[in-house]
Write a new protein. Structure first.
Length: 227
């Protein structure tokens, strides 16, 4: 399912990029020109930056959840014995608040980049940013989906013990299982957060650039006009 989402995002973004170039009045996108090449470098960097921000957000939210669980264990008697129910509402609130607040910086990165690049550097540099983000974003999304799933399945493989090889790696608590748990801790947000969200990055940047393309074509490139 994630592979289909990544592939569809790539095709949609390619179509939007073609519409953007046509609407902006650009006949060719020459990667040998400095304006376009600078955009390619920056655009290829954006998915890495975005992925780092989302992974950090997941880690921050998870840490808050762990601290809340520890607090409840220490302050609410009877949880460990099963005689008292934990405060689930507080944990749900932490998760809900984090899902909204932690996505503000990555969302701002996606929304502001086309505006800043289009206004300050012009339509050619923006076309390079979109091309770089499209190619780099698709590759990172595929890598995140596959590697995250592999790390997740490694832990399940050891815990299930369905084969002779899996039983030699187990049981739970063994060094191999501990390593697999660490990998799963990274793999889950990688395949469930960073990978799927990259589809939004490449599509949203292309849509926003397409909407503002006429404005950028007329008024963009302020830095080059001044200097």
């Amino acid at each position: 399912m994630q592979g289909f989402a990544i592939g569809s995002a790539a095709l949609v973004s390619l179509a939007l990029f073609g519409a953007f170039v046509s609407r902006a009045g650009i006949s060719t996108v020459d990667v040998l020109t400095p304006k376009v090449f600078i955009g390619l470098i920056v655009g290829a960097m954006l998915p890495y930056w975005f992925s780092a921000m989302t992974m950090k957000s997941v880690g921050s939210a998870a840490l808050k959840m762990v601290e809340e669980v520890r607090r409840q264990f220490n302050t609410i008697p009877g949880i460990m014995e099963g005689t008292t129910k934990p405060d689930y509402a507080t944990c749900v609130k932490i998760s809900t608040d984090a899902s909204l607040k932690e996505m503000i910086p990555p969302g701002a990165l996606v929304m502001l980049t086309p505006l800043i690049v289009g206004i300050l550097f012009g339509i050619e540099t923006l076309s390079g940013v979109l091309a770089g983000a499209l190619v780099s974003g698709v590759q990172i999304a595929i890598s995140a989906s596959n590697t995250g799933g592999a790390w997740d399945n490694a832990k399940k493989y050891i815990e299930a013990g369905a084969s002779e090889h899996a039983r030699t790696l187990g049981p739970k608590g063994s060094d191999a299982h501990k390593a697999a748990v660490i990998g799963d801790t990274v793999g889950d947000p990688l395949k469930d957060t960073s990978g799927p969200s990259l589809n939004i990055l490449i599509k949203l940047m292309a849509v926003e650039s397409l909407v503002f393309a006429p404005f950028f074509a007329v008024h963009g490139g302020l830095l080059f006009k001044i200097f």
